[in-house]
Design a protein around this ligand. Structure first.
Ligand code: ATP
Ligand SMILES: Nc1ccn([C@@H]2O[C@H](COP(=O)(O)O)[C@@H](O)[C@H]2O)c(=O)n1
Ligand code: MG
Length: 236
């Protein structure tokens, strides 16, 4: 099935281009981005509970693919161990399948797009534009501490891979955040605070109406994104 491409077919062969479509349903997508250990998964679980979204973590889908014994399993496992980004084709297929299999139409896509290739390929293949991008801003020092204490048995939670993941985040993922910031789509959250306080800020965003979210984003969209705290990326 061609998913979302060019909008949903409506009667008379016309295309309905209002909003995002996936197969037959109209969908809302929020991208959740932030460095490794910034708390994306933790906050997505809270958003699911309070706001009825379905959480799709690209990393979790890739790890499930390894476990399933798929032909791509070994390649994915090697990429994750090295902190590298898996080719978009693989990740996008997993995301599309998960969205199609879900009965929900509101998705939090966590950890995707992770680089320019992810971003452009997703847009090209699905035609889906995110409602907004939730960006968890946290210092590397705090993220490193969290990852080393996570204890979930992840093969990439060791100091060597963590350093590689930070480098990939700065070099490949932050430019994607900058891209969406230039489109006025980024909602930045201070993720260095305790979990409950971060969720208070997240709640503030999800409780706003669509119009208010846009107003809120526009009010801050002219400010350059700063990461890690104190570094002004707009100055190269
Ligand atoms: N605000 C916070 N303060 C302290 N610890 C936190 C906070 N948010 C999350 N944690 C803890 O930090 C660890 C990493 O959190 P989480 O798995 O949500 O991060 P993530 O952004 O999804 O990371 P990854 O990109 O590696 O999947 C977890 O052990 C979690 O309990
Ligand atoms: N779009 C993505 C997302 C993730 N990966 C790989 O999975 C690793 C773990 O991701 P988390 O979000 O769970 O931290 C990540 O380091 C990448 O190797 C990917 O390739 N593409
Ligand atoms: Mg995660």
């Amino acid at each position: 099935m061609e998913v979302g491409k060019g909008g949903k077919e409506v009667s008379g062969g016309e295309k309905d281009v209002s909003g995002n479509h996936l197969g037959d349903k109209k969908v809302t997508v929020v991208f959740v981005l932030g460095g490794p250990g910034s708390g994306k998964g933790t906050q997505c679980a809270n958003i699911v509970e309070h706001f009825g979204f379905t959480h799709l973590s690209a990393g979790d889908l890739l790890r499930a693919e390894i476990k399933s014994g798929s032909e791509n399993g070994t390649m994915i496992q090697n990429m994750i161990k090295e902190g590298k980004i898996v080719p978009s084709e693989v990740t996008i297929k997993l995301l599309q399948r998960a969205m199609l299999e879900s009965e929900n139409n509101k998705f939090l896509i966590d950890g995707f797009p992770r680089n320019e290739e992810n971003r452009a390929a997703f847009e090209e293949v699905t035609n889906i534009v995110p409602e907004f991008v939730l960006f968890f801003d946290c210092s590397e020092e705090e993220m490193e501490k969290r990852l080393l204490n996570r204890n979930q048995g992840r093969e990439d939670d060791n100091i060597d891979t963590i350093r590689k993941r930070f480098k990939v985040f700065v070099e490949s993922s932050l430019p994607v955040v900058e891209y969406y910031n230039s489109k006025g789509k980024v909602k930045k959250i201070d993720a260095g605070k305790p979990i409950n306080e971060v969720f208070d800020d997240v709640k503030g965003i999800f409780s706003l109406s669509h119009e208010k979210i846009l107003e809120h984003i526009m009010a801050q969209s002219l400010k350059p994104i700063k990461w890690p705290t104190g570094a002004d990326l707009s100055k190269g």
